[in-house]
Design a protein around this ligand. Structure first.
Ligand code: CS2
Length: 492
């Protein structure tokens, strides 16, 4: 067995591997992060790693709200892990040291709350995925019937959910007269800061109306746009990276060269100088957020459902099919771009060109199945907001509606060859039940799924331009199969 990556073996790594440029023992905790998955480790943890040499007060204590997998992998490594940046040109390796401690929330609830309530903690960042906010995706309000919310309202001192942890920690700080931390969401939600503030305020109100007012008036929740493609790490990645390091890294993360972070500058308790690592601070994130959610994530979800149904394993495989490139270029140019309102100077044309190249990156094995996950939580901000804007202007939704139809076909849980699809979604069971009732009829399936208000709201199911276009596309998918539908696709 080779040695493990950790503080002791760090000095022996080959020269080509970049290492933390600061003394990790001098780092203090300034940030608690909730949701220590691959995305955080390839994004915020790297920006923070870049600034720690100049300002060691912003070390990260990172928590998993559910499983102990990341803790089990990184604890023996003193929190160290490798970031692999891959493209056609090759691979660059870097060991990141900004995470000093990992906490598994379910078995160390008090340790996590202590860290969050500690006056030295001035920012709580989050990447808990869309479903981690326990909200209703169509309206962006707290889902008060969510089992974790029901639990946390009954036992607010021993929370399970991200909102539950944040509110209990804020309650403790307030009781101790410690100013609140800034809550920085880094998930792909629409108006993510405003959404998290709405969810937190409502949760706090239900615990105690006073606390609700405190959260509404005193807690800053800046919005952010985060962007970096980070596929799940595979065994081949582990092996390749271990060989290059000469020591074992149980959980490296693999990503692309591109990275972007746009943040609203509202941090009453201070913040790291992330701009020195390339982050952009702006007064209004919304235009960037729309650009990213609609162009990148909207295309990603469309590629994921259509690509998976066509038998393509990864996004790069899907993009090797020219019919898909045509469809996605058309979606971005004709249907999404007219809905965007960018500040002067933003270069949308080169952003879109870069996106096509990023999707094509053959060094990233980004599975269509991975992106297809949690569609019920993703569709509203990725496709349906664009659909609403288009319909308001009487404009075509030919390609957008094909993406929605592909999601419908996907959540039936049976692929075109009759094999099961492993649909991962908090609503998977309900969607599957509706699909079973629909019994393979496009019309039935579409109308049953339109009735899921948490996704489609009250307006879209009533608009025949939307229901008609989606149903017609779904019928094509059933009749012709997905690959042929895409290759024969003609807008309007
Ligand atoms: C992807 C995103 O998994 C998904 O749903 O669309 O994680 C995407 O890779 C990132 O948002 C890129 O910034």
């Amino acid at each position: 067995m080779p040695d493990r990556l950790n503080e002791d073996t760090l000095a022996d790594l080959p020269d080509r591997v970049r290492r933390p440029a600061y003394d990790r023992r001098a780092v203090k905790t300034g940030i608690v992060h909730l949701g220590v998955g691959a995305f955080h480790r390839a994004h915020q943890a790297v920006y923070t790693d870049d600034v720690l040499a100049q300002d060691p007060q912003w070390g990260i204590v990172a928590a998993s709200l559910r499983s102990s997998d990341t803790y089990d992998a990184l604890q023996p490594q003193d929190g160290l892990y490798t970031l692999s940046v891959r493209s056609r040109e090759g691979e660059a390796l870097r060991v990141v040291g900004s995470i000093s401690r990992i906490i598994v929330a379910p078995r160390a609830t008090d340790h996590l709350l202590d860290a969050m309530a500690d006056p030295r903690t001035r920012i709580v960042t989050l990447t808990v995925t869309e479903k981690g906010y326990c909200h209703d995706p169509a309206t962006g309000t707290l889902n008060e019937a969510h089992p974790d919310i029901v639990h946390d309202l009954a036992y607010p001192r021993t929370p399970r959910s991200a909102p539950g942890f944040i509110i209990e920690a804020l309650r403790r700080r307030r009781a101790a007269r410690v100013p609140p931390f800034t809550v920085l969401t880094c998930d792909n939600l629409p108006s993510n800061g405003r959404t998290v503030k709405r969810v937190l305020t409502r949760f706090a109100e239900l615990v105690d109306p006073e606390l609700g007012r405190f959260v509404a008036n005193e807690v800053s929740c800046p919005s952010t746009m985060v962007d970096r493609i980070v596929p799940a790490t595979g065994d081949q990645d582990r092996e390749r990276i271990g060989e290059a390091l000469g020591v074992e890294d149980a959980w490296p993360v693999v990503t692309e060269p591109f990275t972007q972070w746009v943040i609203e500058d509202r941090f009453p308790q201070g913040r790291p100088a992330w701009e020195k690592a390339g982050a952009e601070f702006v007064s209004d994130v919304e235009p960037y957020e729309h650009m990213k959610l609609r162009l990148l994530n909207g295309s990603h979800s469309t590629l994921a459902y259509l690509g998976y149904l066509s038998g393509y394993e990864t996004v790069a495989d899907t993009m090797a099919d020219p019919a898909f490139v045509r469809l996605i270029e058309g979606l971005m140019a004709e249907e999404v771009t007219p809905t965007l309102h960018m500040p002067p100077g933003a270069d949308l044309a080169s952003y879109k060109r870069a996106l096509i190249e990023r999707f094509r990156n053959p060094a990233l094995k980004h599975r269509t199945w991975q992106i297809a996950m949690d569609g019920s939580q993703k569709l509203p901000q990725r496709l349906l907001g664009t659909v609403r804007d288009r319909l308001r202007n009487g404009a075509s939704i030919a390609r957008l509606s094909l993406g929605v139809a592909a999601w419908m076909r996907y959540v039936t849980g049976i692929d075109e060859k009759g094999a099961p699809i492993d649909v991962r979604d908090p609503m998977a069971a309900r969607l599957r039940e509706l699909a079973d009732w629909a019994g393979g009829s496009a019309e039935n399936l579409a109308s049953m799924l339109f009735a899921v208000r948490e996704i489609f709201g009250d307006d879209l199911p009533k608009d025949p331009r939307f229901t008609g276009a989606v149903t017609a596309n779904l019928a094509h998918l059933y009749e012709k199969g997905t690959k042929r539908t895409v290759s024969e696709f003609k807008p309007d």
